[in-house]
Design a protein around this ligand. Structure first.
Ligand code: ZN
Ligand code: ZN
Length: 55
């Protein structure tokens, strides 16, 4: 009945509509449209791991 279309963005932490978001290019987790428009293609965890030099 109620819409269950919201997911927590793994970059900014806000709850946004899943249908308007994009998957992280590395792990596929949810990135919201706002972050995606800002050029974010990786979730916070992946950004952190890439920064540390992990593959
Ligand atoms: Zn976001
Ligand atoms: Zn990721």
């Amino acid at each position: 009945m109620s819409e269950r279309d919201s997911m927590v963005c793994r970059s900014c932490g806000k709850e946004e509509r899943a249908s308007e978001g994009y998957p992280c290019e590395r792990c596929g987790t949810f990135i919201c449209q706002v972050c995606s428009m800002r050029g974010v293609v990786l979730c916070a965890k992946c950004v952190d791991e890439v920064a540390k030099g992990a593959q």
